[in-house]
Design a protein around this ligand. Structure first.
Ligand code: MG
Length: 213
């Protein structure tokens, strides 16, 4: 070590480069998309969590450029499937390209449009999941949590990103709809009797809940 690093930088420096995810990040940047993908260590955590529940079916709400999708797909069982919900067609397209690049193009299914409509449809189709990653519009987080619990197999994990909303959640002056609904989501993560949960004050805040058997 030469210069002093942040704890996050130090933790990251312990791991080798991830060529696939670096390509994915470059492709996202090339499209001029805002860089709001999850951090590499966070991606590793997602892979590890998906693996630890031996997930066959994962559901992602908010595909963006496909970075988190790759991390989720890496954790799935060999014949596992990822369903990814995305509002913007161009994002779904880019995400699919990322998954193809990582070798998971055939294991992912994109559903473009309002996530709440897609969730309703998945429920009507009788689909169930072992893992959920919520990383979309904050105003709907409580609704996404309801759907995740409804679509969950016993023991499923629900992970929610950006629970601190880059400082908004803890700032009492912030009273907009998104942050209000996100606080409601966070409280429900902590209090819902159907869940065993933890709220990690890492990255931009990370909720992890397990749906009780
Ligand atoms: Mg996010």
């Amino acid at each position: 070590m030469t210069a002093e690093m942040s704890q996050e930088q130090y933790a990251e420096s312990l791991f080798g480069p991830d060529e696939v995810l670096e390509k994915v990040t470059a492709a996202i940047a090339e499209r001029g998309m805002r860089d709001i993908s999850i951090a590499p260590g966070y991606g590793r955590l997602l892979t590890l969590l998906v693996k630890s529940v031996q997930a066959r079916d994962a559901l992602e709400i908010g595909a963006l450029g496909g970075y988190s999708g790759v991390c989720l797909a890496r954790g799935l069982k060999p014949a596992g499937r990822l369903v990814s919900l995305e509002l913007v067609p161009e994002y779904a397209e880019l995400a699919h390209a990322s998954l193809k690049l990582a070798g998971f193009g055939d294991q992912v299914e994109y559903r473009v449009g309002e996530a709440l409509d897609s969730l309703q449809r998945l429920h009507a189709e009788g689909r169930q999941f072992d893992f959920f990653f919520i990383d979309a519009d904050k105003g709907n987080y409580p609704n996404y949590l309801d759907w995740a619990i409804k679509l969950a197999r016993p023991g499923a994990l629900i992970v929610g990103d950006n629970t601190f909303m880059r400082g908004k959640t803890t700032n009492p002056m912030e009273k907009g709809n998104g942050v209000t609904r996100l606080r409601e989501f966070n409280e429900r993560i902590a209090q819902d009797h159907r869940l065993d949960s933890v709220m990690l004050p890492a990255y931009d805040g990370l909720a992890i809940a397990r749906v009780k058997d």
